[in-house]
Design a binder for this molecule. Structure first.
Ligand code: NAD
Ligand code: WQD
Length: 339
């Protein structure tokens, strides 16, 4: 019995592979290294003390995927593989639709033909857009996202719901809020590619002197300190939620399951609060300047994650400061590799 983890060398995938191995699952990773590096595989082994099987190829290549399903008894999939840069998705829409949806369909074809169930999909709070009420629960109406990236997530959800209904399979759609942090060992984390767009890698690189100043995108939002508010969820907590969601599918006696869970802390933090928490946690300074709002940004989003607590017996455990300490450790590990 093995679980296929696509994108298993990526940021959230690598942490989830460790948790799966810790929970006794055999893991088969497919990752084309388009946004990850081979040393992560070695680090996963070091951290977990066990070795996942690894295939380096592009999931768009259906014939190679078929060989993986022929070689292993796959009992479920956690599908992390996707392109995830919101800005890039606007200028390369067809590449994003191709990479995020063709890969999904290739895996589902294998599932369909072989009668496999248990599929977990990395969705995002972006499917809610700017919700009218906080906190956001799973019944909050969806809004078609503005970005192509966000649309691929919403379309992916629809494809999976149709798949589950038509073939009586079990699926779980996990809507992450803002994943942050790194493994406490300092050996796994988010690999920054070029200039970071996301807040935490930018903060870390600024503290490390790689970037001169953080630009805070807007201090005129209708929030307590004027900066935008998000729900920052620690990546190891998030990884554990995947194991819970998988077990929930595996243990369900229902033939068809369509699970949807918001994964967040339930608490909103402003950009300025994050910067201060990072400074306090790590005793470093983060120079910043206030700039105009970033196009497409929403004011506020934080989760009501009660459903995950009730049905998956999962909740976020790690404080913002604690997770920001792990990011700094990871930055220092990356710096030590660079010399
Ligand atoms: P990541 O880029 O670190 O990981 C994705 C991995 O998939 C990478 O290792 C990449 O090499 C691999 N990959 C991409 N396309 C592939 C293909 N065609 N074939 C094989 N491998 C391929 O991203 P992440 O932050 O770990 O995100 C994982 C998933 O969670 C993605 O689906 C993302 O959209 C979703 N998500 C991420 C966030 C976030 O803020 N990080 C938030 C919500 C949802
Ligand atoms: C957080 C806050 C910025 C950088 C994106 C995607 C979303 C999801 C997570 C995948 C915002 C502010 C940021 C900076 C700043 N990904 N900021 N200066 O925009 O909430 O969500 O990543 O599904 O789909 O849209 O995350 O980390 O980019 O920004 O002031 O240099 O930090 O304006 O308020 P976001 P983020």
């Amino acid at each position: 019995m093995a679980i296929l983890v696509t994108g298993g060398l990526g940021y959230i995938g690598s942490h989830t592979v460790v948790e799966l191995l810790n929970n006794g699952f055999d893991v088969v990773i497919v990752d084309d290294l388009s946004n990850s590096e081979k040393f992560i595989l070695k680090n996963i082994e070091e951290v977990a003390g066990k070795k996942p099987v690894f295939y380096p190829f592009d999931l768009k290549r259906r014939e190679l995927l078929t060989q993986v399903f022929d070689a292993h008894q796959i009992d479920g999939c956690i599908n992390f593989a996707a392109s995830k840069a919101v800005g890039e998705s606007q200028v390369k829409p067809i590449d994003y639709y191709e990479n995020n949806l063709f890969t999904l369909i290739n895996i589902l074809q294998e599932f369909k033909e072989r009668g496999i169930s248990n599929f977990i999909f990395s969705s995002s709070c972006t499917v809610y857009g700017q919700a009218e009420k906080m906190p956001i629960d799973e019944n909050t109406p969806l809004k078609m996202p503005e970005s192509v990236y966000g649309k691929t997530k919403q379309m992916g959800e629809e494809i999976l719901i149709d798949f589950a209904k038509a073939y009586n399979r079990k699926i779980s759609l996990l809507r992450y809020f803002n994943p942050i942090g790194a493994h406490p060992s300092g050996k796994l984390g988010e690999l920054p590619l070029g200039i970071p767009n996301n807040l935490i890698p930018y903060v870390t690189q600024t503290a490390a002197g790689i970037r001169e100043k953080l630009s805070i995108w807007g201090d005129d939002y209708d929030t307590e300190d004027g900066t935008a508010v998000r729900d920052y969820i620690y990546v190891v907590d998030l990884a554990k939620a995947h194991v819970s969601a998988l077990k929930n599918l595996l243990h369900s006696n229902e033939e068809t399951v369509i699970d949807i869970f918001n994964l967040g802390t339930g608490k909103g933090s402003s950009v300025l609060e994050v910067v201060k928490a990072f400074e306090t946690a790590n005793d470093v300074k983060v120079p910043y300047q206030i700039c105009a709002r970033r196009e497409g940004d929403i004011t506020i989003a934080y989760a009501n994650a009660d459903k995950a607590e009730k049905e998956l017996h999962w909740k976020s455990e790690t404080s913002l400061e604690e997770s920001l300490r792990t990011v700094w450790k990871w930055q220092q590990y990356l710096d030590s590799r660079a010399v």
